[in-house]
Write a protein that binds this ligand. Structure first.
Ligand code: SF4
Length: 378
């Protein structure tokens, strides 16, 4: 049996080959017709990096750390002042210890300031000392983030095989939809594909790119507007009437098109009515002179996606059942630990090994060990 060093070196030295084997295994699954008729669920999951939180710095963390040190120095200085006032009654060893603590903290400030200038030169103003590619990421629940990687995976809905995956160090899933669906489509070898994802992937541009590429997506729209939280009507309370190009508001008034402008690179059409001033519902609608509704020029695509999901409400259940299986399994194999390797390239190899192992075990379940061996030989 090879020792851990041999295994670690093998993994380190054969990254590209390991990633290729992982991809080839997906091709084998395709040949064995183990995939559904091109239907996948896509999700991202955060995996811890070897880098601890203490060795990762963002601007906010750096400021917090420096402020804590300032507070500690102020506390020690005030203890020194009161020791001065008490004179001989305070043992000399205590004074020396306080001075040492202050000196250590001042050294720490110098170290942090040097790191700060390094950090400010990076693209995302973030620095990780153990694994330079690991990034601080928010996680769902608990409110505590982690330093790690966001692993994207596309899972086939039939046997829950992972058809495509990618390790990223981007904390959000928002920019991943078209890229991951394209990868899944290529892996399955299908002209068309349907993908079901959660609201974390909601991005107008990404959805538009999928629809234009012939990829059918199912995803719910996130409720991001603070208006609903304040008890006022949200945009969903305004109905768009395509034939007349107007919105009907909750009071039954028609909000007509007024002008078009650009915002954050999006072309938006603006609608409103002059009836707001005399409206009995104005208190529930707007604090301004009139309620304005914006419509993205490609909004019809988003409405079609919403209508599709409304017609197929069980798709979100399929998503949960499909995509949570592989992540749950791989994380339970890994245990409560982090990736063993460092940097995006090597972590990608490590993940490819996990995915390969997961897919192989799934196929062994489906075909049996003999069936898989035979298929590999064929
Ligand atoms: S305030 Fe204006 S937009 Fe809102 S319900 Fe009344 S008329 Fe309609």
């Amino acid at each position: 049996m090879p020792d851990f060093k041999t295994i670690a070196d093998f993994r380190k030295d054969n990254g590209e080959a390991i990633r290729k084997v992982c991809r080839e295994f997906v091709v084998l699954c395709r040949r064995l017709e183990l995939f559904s008729a091109a239907s996948v669920a896509i999700d991202g999951s955060k995996f811890k990096a070897v880098n601890t939180r203490d060795r990762n710095f963002t601007q906010a963390k750096m400021q917090r750390r420096l402020a804590q040190i300032d507070e500690s120095i102020a506390r020690y200085l005030s203890q020194l002042d009161s020791a001065d006032r008490q004179g001989e009654a305070v043992p000399g060893a205590k004074i020396t210890r306080l001075n040492e603590k202050i000196a250590t903290l001042r050294q720490e400030i110098l170290r942090l300031n040097a790191l700060n200038s390094q950090m400010m030169q990076t693209k995302d103003q973030q620095i990780s000392l153990t694994d330079p590619d690991a990034r601080s990421m928010a996680t769902s629940g608990r409110g505590s983030g982690m330093v790690g990687y966001n692993v994207q995976s596309a899972v086939d809905t039939k046997y829950h095989l992972i058809v495509a995956h990618e390790v990223t160090n981007v904390g959000s899933d928002r920019s991943q939809l078209s890229h991951m669906t394209e990868r899944a489509r290529a892996a399955i070898g299908s002209e068309t594909i349907e993908a079901v994802v959660d609201r974390g992937y909601y991005s107008g541009e990404e959805i538009l790119a999928c629809e234009e590429a012939g990829i059918t997506v199912y995803l719910p729209k996130p409720m991001t507007s603070g208006i609903n939280a304040k008890g006022r009507f949200g945009k969903q309370d305004f109905v768009y009437v395509a034939e007349d190009d107007v919105y009907l508001c909750p009071a039954g008034e028609k909000l007509t098109y007024r002008y078009t402008n650009e915002e954050d690179g999006k072309t938006l059409r603006r609608y409103w009515t002059t009836a707001c001033q005399a409206c009995a519902l104005k208190g529930q609608c707007t604090t301004g002179k009139e309620r304005r509704i914006s419509r993205w020029v490609h909004e019809a695509v988003l409405e079609a996606v919403q209508a599709r999901l409304d017609r197929n409400p069980d798709k979100m259940r399929v998503r949960r059942q499909t995509v949570e299986h592989p992540f749950g399994t791989i994380k339970s194999w890994m245990g409560a630990t982090h990736f063993q390797m460092k940097t995006l390239k090597h972590v990608s190899t490590e993940m490819a090994l996990h995915v390969l192992a997961y897919n192989m075990k799934r196929v062994m379940r489906i075909l049996g060990v003999g069936g898989l061996m035979e298929a590999i030989r064929a």
